[in-house]
Design a protein around this ligand. Structure first.
Ligand code: SF4
Ligand code: SF4
Length: 268
């Protein structure tokens, strides 16, 4: 039980990520009427469209007319993540998160040297480049090489060339740069960081309880967002935080918790 509690958020995230893949698989293979499509464009219960806003922006940049369903789906996702969940897509929904976490886990076990560093801002440049290339190539440029789509296709429809992209990212994260793809390069993650700037769900830090042990820094995929740790109480304000909640799980001082943006820490 103690172990389950220790990894409660991680277990819940994996359950959700795997359940979504199973539902997509069932929708394709057995016609289950729950979730059909893929992570760029899906239909919930054959009635509610869900679209990745970045994919829709790329389609708009090509000059082609975007279907009404895709626009409504993008609006729904914008509202959900923009108002409530922030960048939770990355830690709770995207299947690439499992690949990235696995690479980090193995790296820490084997103590491999993956110390290459470059700016995390590059992902915003790649995001813009995807839109610009979509305009000039008249095709959604990043969608063609998106590892999220490739992994989805690989799992749902079987092996394909996309596994080479997944393997390359896994090896990059494992041996070259910790959290290289999701933390530095992925434009989808960057788009959710932009979308989630004013989201309601946040991680809250209580600096009075913090003993500065540094465990949250060890597990955080976006360490720079932990700039208030042991300095001042408040929310982790950066929208690059994925609300993965690993920091909460490892904090033995109970100095971090999931919270809503405007709630206050009660003084004892
Ligand atoms: S950064 Fe990109 S690949 Fe990584 S979890 Fe987020 S959307 Fe998925
Ligand atoms: S601050 Fe916590 S919740 Fe946010 S990304 Fe880091 S470990 Fe995850």
């Amino acid at each position: 039980m103690k172990l389950i509690f220790r990894y409660r958020y991680l277990l819940f995230r994996r359950l959700l990520q795997i359940s979504l893949l199973v539902l997509f698989f069932g929708g394709n293979a057995f016609g289950w009427n729950v979730l059909k499509g893929n992570f760029s464009s899906a239909m919930l219960f054959s009635a509610i469209p869900l679209s990745d806003p970045y994919a829709v922006v790329q389609i708009m940049a090509t000059g082609f007319i975007v279907a009404a369903d895709a626009l409504i789906g993008a609006l729904i996702i914008l509202l959900l993540y923009g108002l409530v969940f922030g960048r939770m897509f990355c830690a709770w929904v995207c299947p690439m998160n499992m690949i990235s976490d696995l690479a980090i886990f193995i790296n820490l076990k084997l103590k491999l040297n993956n110390n290459l560093r470059f700016s995390r801002k590059i992902r915003y440049g790649i995001l813009a480049l995807g839109i610009i290339l979509s305009f000039f190539l008249s095709t959604p440029a990043f969608e063609a090489i998106s590892p999220v789509s490739a992994l989805h296709r690989g799992i749902i429809f079987g092996m394909g060339g996309g596994w080479a992209i997944i393997a390359a990212i896994f090896l990059f994260d494992l041996a070259v740069m910790r959290n290289g793809w999701c933390g530095h390069l992925c434009p989808i993650g960057a788009s959710y960081a932009l979308i989630g700037k004013f989201a309601l769900i946040k991680i809250r830090h209580d600096s009075e309880k913090c003993t500065d042990c540094g465990k949250c820094f060890e597990v955080c995929p976006e360490r720079h967002v932990l700039d208030i740790i042991n300095i001042k109480p408040g929310i982790i304000s950066s929208s690059e935080c994925t609300n993965c909640s690993r920091c909460i799980e490892v904090c033995d001082d109970n100095a971090l918790k999931i919270s809503l943006r405007n709630t206050m820490i009660r003084k004892k």
